[in-house]
Design a protein around this ligand. Structure first.
Ligand code: ADP
Length: 402
């Protein structure tokens, strides 16, 4: 029997998200999440898709190893155990692959060492990702495990887009450059947008707007990323749920010198207490829209700043690409908030961009066009699927090797 299942693991510092997929038809067999690992109030939620009935358990789960074992037990109850010969590989989401990892990579000891070497540029994410990998390897040492990097899709960026204007020797010493994130999503969505247009990815230029709690834009030229809005870390670029996105770096000196704040305080302020949340106290776009509709001024200003920044990036990437076939909206806000899509494109008719009000109002889980038929540039809503992309990349690699 050829194994066709792939388990996708996304390990955060206190969470473990997973999906088991069957790559014959890319279907989900089970999905789930362990939250608050290391606390007394941990919770595991597991849904086998065959029955669709979610099972939940709460109580302390001390660490990732215990969490993965609990997940394995849940899967086994559905006849989907990790010891099944049908399991082909485990695909791990790894946030930072630096310049080194340009593609998904089968994990061995040297790969682990390299991911570890990248911890200084991804102190929050890579340690958690590594813990997930080590735990899974201990459980199934014989099984191919693949690392799929958030940064990989962006390694095609030219130096002109990837470098900051600082002395390259200093930049290289500290590995400072624009890496970009959400790459798995940008890769998937740009390809799906081409498919929606009935064309090959190599034939089209797409601006992808990944608007979730974290948010980033990318310019994709004929299937290759040529620019993206996140940089050394996910802090740069668009206004996000709790991150400021672009600001004058001198703001940081000012906080330190005039505000007498520590680096950690500034880091927390800009990453966790800024963006939409910092502007109006809410980071959920549904709540912000509700407040805007009620005439709340702080929410309206937050919304306007958020939209202004998106527009700037659409314009910038239009110029970077020279010619654009489609603008694609994705992730929680991009897929669901019609008001954001309409506002982001409003006034851009000169660039060939427009949204059809009726099409934009349609709610659907399918990729769809929302621009009028006559528009020069297609505007699309393309639901992202990072887990499917990780599974697809993992399976392609393992299939090639075996
Ligand atoms: P992440 O993966 O970055 O945590 P998601 O892509 O899941 O984020 O997006 C989450 C965000 O999507 C929420 O914070 C909320 O702002 C927004 N969102 C989700 N559903 C809706 C909706 N129906 N209308 C508007 N915004 C929504």
């Amino acid at each position: 029997m050829t194994p066709t299942r792939v388990l996708v693991l996304n390990s955060g510092s206190s969470s473990l998200k997973y999906q088991l997929l069957d790559m014959r038809d890319s279907s989900r067999l089970a999905v789930g999440l362990v939250e608050r690992i290391g606390e007394q109030t941990s919770r595991l939620r597991h849904t086998p898709l065959a029955s669709g009935e979610t099972r939940e358990q709460s109580g302390p789960i001390a660490d990732h190893e215990t969490a993965l074992k609990a997940v394995a037990e849940e899967l086994a109850r559905d006849g989907l155990g990790l010891d099944s010969p049908e399991l082909a590989a485990i695909g791990h989401r790894v946030v930072h692959g630096g310049m080194f990892f340009t593609e998904p990579t089968v994990i061995d000891d040297s790969v682990l060492t390299e991911i570890e070497r990248l911890i200084p540029v991804a102190p929050l994410h890579n340690p958690a990702n590594l813990t997930g990998i080590r735990t899974a390897r201990a459980l199934r040492p014989d099984l191919p495990q693949v690392a799929v990097f958030d940064t990989a899709f962006h390694t095609s960026m030219p130096e002109s887009a990837a470098r900051y204007a600082i002395d390259p020797r200093i930049a290289d010493r500290y590995r400072i450059r624009r890496y970009g994130f959400h790459g798995t999503s940008h890769a998937y969505v740009s390809r799906e947008t081409a498919r929606l247009l009935g064309r090959a990815p190599e034939e089209v230029n797409v601006i992808v707007l990944h608007l979730g709690n974290g948010a980033s834009a990318s310019a994709v030229e004929r299937g290759r990323c040529v620019d993206t809005s996140m940089g050394l870390t996910p802090l740069e670029g668009l206004v996000m749920g709790t991150r400021s996105g672009d600001l004058d770096p001198a703001v940081i000196f000012h906080f330190a010198r005039v505000g007498d704040m520590s680096m950690d305080e500034i880091d927390t302020l800009l990453n966790k207490r800024s963006g939409l949340f910092g502007l109006c106290g809410d980071n959920d776009m549904r709540e912000i829209r509700r407040r805007v509709d009620e005439g709340d001024e702080a929410a309206a200003l937050a919304f306007d700043i958020y939209i202004h920044r998106i527009k700037k990036y659409i314009g910038a990437y239009y110029a970077v690409l020279g010619q654009v076939d489609a603008v694609a909206f994705t992730a929680g806000v991009g897929e669901n908030a019609a008001a954001v899509r309409a506002a982001a494109v409003a006034g851009l008719e000169g660039l060939g961009l427009a949204v059809d009000e009726e099409l934009n109002a349609v709610r659907s889980d399918d990729a769809r066009l929302i621009s009028p038929a006559s528009a020069r540039v297609a505007v699309a809503v393309v639901p992202t699927d990072e887990e499917l992309e990780i599974a697809t990349q993992t399976y392609a690699l393992v299939g090639k090797k075996s």
